[in-house]
Design a protein around this ligand. Structure first.
Ligand SMILES: Nc1nc2c(ncn2[C@@H]2O[C@H](COP(=O)(O)OP(=O)(O)OP(=O)(O)O)[C@@H](O)[C@H]2O)c(=O)[nH]1
Ligand SMILES: [Mg+2]
Length: 447
């Protein structure tokens, strides 16, 4: 599949830099280069992938910049089309003028992601790989980066293709196991088919189990720090961040709004939320803050409930939580302990001396790992993949039910086809009609 028009864009981020890169892709990319570039040779004569020095000219033969230009002939380019790369000087205006020159002679401004979209349309990568490009650019930790790199290399795509192959084989099996179409599938064949469906189901379920990890690596884990006023919530956020982000003071009710910052903890992006301290208050403003705290707690992946051990135990603090999503912390271990906390077993830290903080970081990671984070496996599906795979799972289940109810094999085949289509959507392959045709042409539909 090829796309008719030629697109151009500045591929480097906006702002000043040593070099900016303008890319042009499409059937006329090299002609565009011919019209605006002057050097020893015309770009049409360039060997692919070789850089040439020259000058770019705009309207009315105006010199814009000295550049290095290379052409990458189809299909051996990122987009799979003829691709031109122009490295110009990194000024905002210079790169804009080079782009303008390309547009003036027939290119069109590219939409976001359009180069990668073309790479997908031209079969250079599957959909999961195209999505991995975005993940790679956005990765904030090593683990997220590794996951994106593996997806870009096609690890997820391979697993999806393996599942597709199994489903196609299943369809063939259904087809082959019909001795007499009127009688449906023989009982022993029915059992074999059920086993095969189960094995495909297991593969899908295993991939679905990586969805949490995917969300965590892409969006970060929400960790909410909460507790009574003055417990040291803001101090803890500053400590975990490594710099003074939030105002800390001995006035109760200092923090009113929710403050969010991201830290990298052992390769996992953590979205830390500092909240307004909980207490009965007359202030409308403070009560609004407390309402926001309560709301953020509902959305938390993990809660850090923190208390001041130098002060009496707050009324709401039973501290006997067995909740897997909560860590109870006693702060200010550098100060004497109030008698209320006698025999109270929980992690003791000090935001002043740093005591207990490495232990806390370890516990945070342990809690997150329990929530399905599996650093040994870099495969991590995104929400779109999850939706497709859930549909595929549902169709497999329906196929199984149809088999158990000894329905006519066409019904089973329809469900397996649905599963095939849903799985194909993950990598952007939806040519199931063909398979459907080849299967049904041998059934006796319309007989
Ligand atoms: N000695 C000692 N003081 C601490 C420690 N942690 C925090 N503090 C002090 O306790 C006071 C309250 O700290 P904050 O971090 O502002 O407490 P908070 O929980 O955010 O308070 P609010 O925002 O009012 O709810 C400040 O004076 C801090 O310096 C600690 O580990 N040891
Ligand atoms: Mg605070």
């Amino acid at each position: 599949m090829t796309v008719a028009d030629t697109i151009a864009a500045i591929s480097t981020p906006p702002g000043e830099g040593a070099i900016a890169l303008v890319r042009v892709s499409g059937a006329n990319a090299i002609q565009v280069a011919d019209k605006i570039f002057r050097g020893k040779e015309q770009p049409t004569q360039f060997a692919s992938h070789v850089q040439h020095f020259g000058e770019i000219f705009g309207a009315e033969n105006q010199l814009i910049d000295q550049v290095v230009l290379s052409i990458h002939r189809a299909p051996a380019s990122y987009t799979g089309e003829d691709l031109v790369e122009i490295s110009c000087h990194g000024g905002t205006l210079v790169s804009a003028k080079v782009l303008q020159a390309c547009l003036r002679v027939g290119a069109r401004a590219a939409r976001p992601g359009e180069f990668t979209e073309r790479a997908f349309l031209n079969g250079k990568m599957d959909l999961t790989q195209a999505e991995a490009v975005i993940d790679l650019i956005r990765a904030r930790t090593d683990l997220a980066l590794r996951s994106a790199t593996e997806q870009l290399e096609g690890t997820l795509g391979q697993q999806i293709r393996a599942i597709r192959d199994d489903l196609v084989a299943l369809l063939a099996h259904i087809n082959a196991s019909i001795d007499f179409p009127e009688e449906g599938i023989a009982p022993d064949e029915g059992e074999k088919l059920q086993l095969r469906i189960d094995s495909v189901r297991n593969e899908i379920v295993a991939l679905l189990a990586t969805a949490d990890q995917g969300r965590i690596l892409r969006e970060g884990v929400r960790v909410v720090i909460y507790g009574a006023t003055n417990a040291g919530k803001s101090s803890l956020l500053n400590r975990l961040l490594g710099y003074d982000r939030v105002i800390v003071s001995d006035t109760h009710g200092t923090t009113r709004d929710i403050i969010e910052e991201t830290v990298n903890l052992g390769g996992v992006p953590i979205r830390l939320l500092d909240t307004a301290g909980l207490r009965a208050s007359e202030s409308e403003l403070e009560n609004e803050g407390i309402a926001r705290t309560e709301k953020s707690l509902q959305l938390a992946d993990l809660r850090l409930h923190i208390a001041d051990r130098n002060a009496p135990r707050p009324p709401h603090f039973d501290g006997r939580t067995s909740d897997a999503n909560e860590i109870v912390i006693l702060n200010k271990s550098d100060l004497p302990e109030d008698s209320d906390w006698k025999n109270f077993h929980s992690l003791r830290i000090s935001c002043v001396t740093g005591e207990g903080l490495p232990q806390l970081q370890k516990e945070i990671l342990a809690h997150i790992s329990q929530q399905n984070l599996r650093p040994e496996s870099a495969v991590a599906i995104n929400t779109r993949h999850r939706d497709c795979l859930r549909r595929a799972l549902e169709s497999c289940d329906q196929a199984r039910t149809a088999l158990r109810q000894k329905l006519s094999p066409e019904y089973v085949a329809v469900d397996i086809n649905e599963a095939l289509r849903a799985v194909g959507e993950v990598i952007g392959v939806v040519d199931v009609e063909q398979i459907l045709d080849s299967v049904f042409s041998q059934f006796c539909i319309g007989k």
